[in-house]
Design a protein around this ligand. Sequence first.
Ligand code: 13P
Length: 249
Amino acid sequence: MRKKIVAGNWKMNKTYSEAIALVGDIVGSSYDESVQLIVIPPAFYVSEIAKISSSTNVGVGVQNLSEHDSGAFTGELSSKMIQSVGAQYALVGHSERREYFNEKNSDLALKVNQLLADDLTPIYCCGEVLEEREKGNHFNLVKSQIEEGLFHLDKDQMLKTVIAYEPVWAIGTGVTASSDQAQEMHHFIRGLVANKYGVDTADSISILYGGSCKPTNAKELFANADVDGGLIGGASLNAADFIAIANSF
Ligand code: 13P
């Protein structure tokens, strides 16, 4: 049985005191314990948030990391630093990183390697912009993101990885992929993994949906056979909404 996961990407939101209050509200809520909750705050809150959540079912992640091990990379954070403050997860290749910071699949493959070497779980993001979908190129694009970012991994490493499909046209827009569109792409991604690593591996990997996922549509999205949870942006900034999404399986 693969894991059900609901992860909240807080992006560049919340002051320190707001962030501490939000995680306090989340860990104090009642939620389905079979769902792995993950909060992904701004990196310099992670140390404190990891302490608050340490004895709970709530995991902690970061939004980005360096592809390098250590050294003269001003402003960057390494996977060892992330691990040393108690985080367990990291987003890799969120569409905002790809678009605004020009991150390429080949850079992302290195970031995935750093995380796995330090026993952290990559949440590898993929997804097409609207123009690619309108051209009918969305499957090809996602295929190349998955192949170039992940398919250098061996089977054991692949099993430690989470994939998040986030159609860029659905992020922060209020437009959600329809349940059928989400299932179609998740099924396609699982098929890619099955072709490369076998059906057992593909069946063990969690594939999350992201893009305007809210308490009002989470149930329908999560009901799909290949949708194992969500990567939530805006709605993760409010504890009640985040928990309502986690309770939508
Ligand atoms: P929204 O839920 O705000 O659309 O953001 C999705 C996202 O980018 C999560 O990483």
